[in-house]
Unconditional design. Sequence first.
Length: 281
Amino acid sequence: MKKLITFILTLGMIFLLGILGVSLSAKGLLMDTADGLVKNEIKNNLVKVVEESTKESISHEVVEKIEKELNNNTSIKKLMEKYYDELLEVLTTEKNELSIDIQKEVETLINENEVILKEYGITLSESDKNQILDLVSSDELNKTVNENIKEMKNSISGEAKIVLDGYRFLTGDTFKGIIISIVVVCIIIICLLKKNYYGWLFNFSLASFIVGVIYSVLSFVIGMIITSVAQENGIQLSMSSLSHYGYILIALSIISFIIYKVFGKREEKLEVNSETKVVEG
C-alpha cells in the first residue's frame, strides 16, 4: 500500500512539475519572441537608414555584429516584461490606457551600434538617428497601441476574457506558489511513508528527470518545426524558456540522485557498524 501511494505521489510530482513548467515558460516564451521581433525591427531600420544615407550596402559582417550587439542587450526584454503585465491588466480589468516609452532604450541601442558602424568607417548623423527614433516615437506608438488595445478589448468575448483571466492566474506568482507548496506536501508525505529524511530525493529525482527530458525534447522539436516556418514569414520565435526549464530540472534530478546515493551508502555503513557492535557485544 505504501509503495502504491508513493508511486501515485511521484506521478503527481511529474504532473505538477509539468504544469509549473507551462506557468514559468509561457511568459518567457512570449517575451523572448517579442524581444526578437523588436530587435529585428530596430536592426532593419538601422541598416535601411544607413544605406539610404551613405548610398552603399552594409556588409554582412557588419549586420552580424549589429545583431550580436542587439542580442546581448537586455533592456528591451525588461521593458517588454513590464508592458506585458500592464497589457494583461488593461485587457482583464477596467484600466483603459497603456503608456509606452521605448525611445530611451532604442536610443541606447543606436548609440551602442554606432561604435560598430564607426569601425567600418560609417558615421550616423543626428538626422539619421532622429529618423530611426521617429519610427518609435512615444506619442505615435502610444496612440497606435492604445487604439489597438481599445479595439481588442471591445471585441473580446466573455469566453475569451475568462481565458485571459485564467492565463493571467496561470502565469502569476500565486499559482506558482500553490504548485510548489503541493510538491512540498508530496515530498513530506513520501518522507513519512519511507520513514527517513532522504528517501524522497529518489522520487523527486525521477519526476524531475522525466519532466526535464520531455521539456528539452519538446523545445528542440517545436524549435525545429515552428521556428523554420516562422522565419519564412519573417517572425522570430524562441524556445529558450522551455529548454532552460528542462535543463534545470535534469540538473536538479542528477544532484538529487547523487545526494540520495550518498545518504544511502552512509546509512548502510551505520547499519553494518550497528550490527557489528551487536555481534561483538
